[in-house]
Design a protein around this ligand. Structure first.
Ligand code: NAD
Length: 352
């Protein structure tokens, strides 16, 4: 199993190093090959997504990605900015399904902005379609109207095939979890959403063991903060998912804990923490490596089909939190404050 390891910029190298230590401790034959991406790619070859890096990403069975971006690259033209590397990887690899789990570990329930009893034990998965919808639909633009004022317009579009393939990802993920799928749309107002709902219902007939429900996006935004534990898996379009997945991540209260996956049609994927390159803390050994370690666990589960190894890594993360290890971002009085390396070492030790 070949893994393309793309640490990127800022804290990327520090957090990826800890995830690699965890992966190396598992008894799996993994071929790990590193390449520069983002600002590091630009420094190495004048391109945030160097050709050799893209080739490696295409060849590999999965991609483990740190984060990209940095102040020193902010003045570059848009095409050369580090963030273009992620968009390029999504496009070239056809990564259309974004999976974002939001899990609240009992020990961290008080870090949420919501009451601990509302979020303690929360374990939901939001699946966002990533390559269609109003973000990519044509026509779009800003035009002059007859009366001289400007008008902006975008086009919301989903083909049946696009809806069908993301629905399958939703149902299959639900089968591996609590067997409940909530499809989120705005079918009371939008034609695109009506088609979305019809197609999800059709696909649902192939998954009799999954309980399918539907919710309007405005209600879902409200339910996520009212009783988030009612959900298991949520599947939705690009724009609704963009907003809902950020909302759900904040239920957990800690950006340093949340992993993500972006998958293609064959479950090949790019795995990364949801946070950025955190240039303000780079090189200080204070970044929380757990989101990246949990991203590696998702990689084991979804692309490498090593569910047992994924369970082991997730259990080790729970163990270190239970044992009171905390990086600065999740620190509370009475806990053991540790740096990036020490947190990584604690997870490796907890693997047994
Ligand atoms: P950020 O996520 O990098 O940081 C936001 C805040 O969270 C900072 O205070 C940071 O110190 C803290 N933080 C982030 N990750 C942490 C961790 N693992 N442990 C402890 N604290 C952590 O977002 P930003 O500051 O808005 O962006 C910084 C750079 O990252 C920008 O160049 C941005 O474009 C880029 N970015 C990249 C990605 C990506 O690579 N996928 C995603 C978001 C932002």
């Amino acid at each position: 199993m070949k893994i393309a390891v793309l640490p990127g910029d800022g804290i990327g190298a520090e957090i990826i190093a800890q995830a690699l230590n965890v992966l190396k401790r598992l008894d799996l034959s993994l071929e790990l090959e590193e390449a520069p991406v983002g600002g590091a790619g630009y420094d190495a070859s004048g391109d945030p997504l160097p050709e050799a890096t893209l080739r490696l990403a295409k060849e590999a069975d999965a991609i483990l990605f740190g984060a990209v971006g940095g102040w020193q690259y902010d003045q570059l033209p848009r095409a050369k900015r580090p963030e273009q590397a992620i968009l390029g990887l999504r496009k070239h690899l056809g990564l259309f399904a974004n999976l974002r789990p939001a899990q609240v570990y009992a020990e961290l329930a008080s870090a949420s902005a919501l009451k601990p009893e509302v979020v303690a034990g929360l374990d939901i998965l939001i699946i966002r379609e990533l390559t269609g919808d109003i973000y990519f639909g044509q026509p779009r633009g800003i035009q002059k109207l007859a009366d001289g004022q400007r008008e902006g317009f975008d086009t919301m579009r989903y083909s049946e095939g696009e809806i069908r393939r993301i629905a399958h990802v939703g149902f299959q993920a639900a089968l591996k979890r609590g067997r409940k799928l909530c499809s989120v749309d705005k079918a009371n107002v939008l034609e695109t959403s009506q088609l979305w709902r019809d197609v999800v219902i059709e696909v649902g007939k192939e998954y009799p063991d999954v309980e399918l429900s539907h919710m309007y996006v405005d209600n879902c935004a409200m339910q996520l903060v009212r009783t988030p534990k009612q959900f298991d898996v949520i599947v939705t379009g690009n724009m609704f998912g963009d907003i809902l997945s950020d909302e759900a991540s904040m239920l957990t209260g800690s950006i340093g804990m949340l992993p993500s996956a972006s998958l293609d049609a064959n479950n090949k994927g790019l795995y990364e923490p949801i946070h950025g390159s955190a240039p303000d803390i780079a090189g200080k050994d204070v970044a929380n490596p757990l989101a990246t370690i949990l991203s590696a666990a998702m990689m084991l589960r979804y692309s490498l089909h090593q569910a047992g190894a994924a369970d082991r890594v997730e259990a080790a993360v729970k163990r270190v939190l239970k044992d009171g290890y905390r990086t600065a971002d999740i620190f509370e009085a009475g806990a053991k404050k540790v740096g990036t390396k020490e947190m990584g070492a604690a997870v490796v030790a907890a693997l047994g």
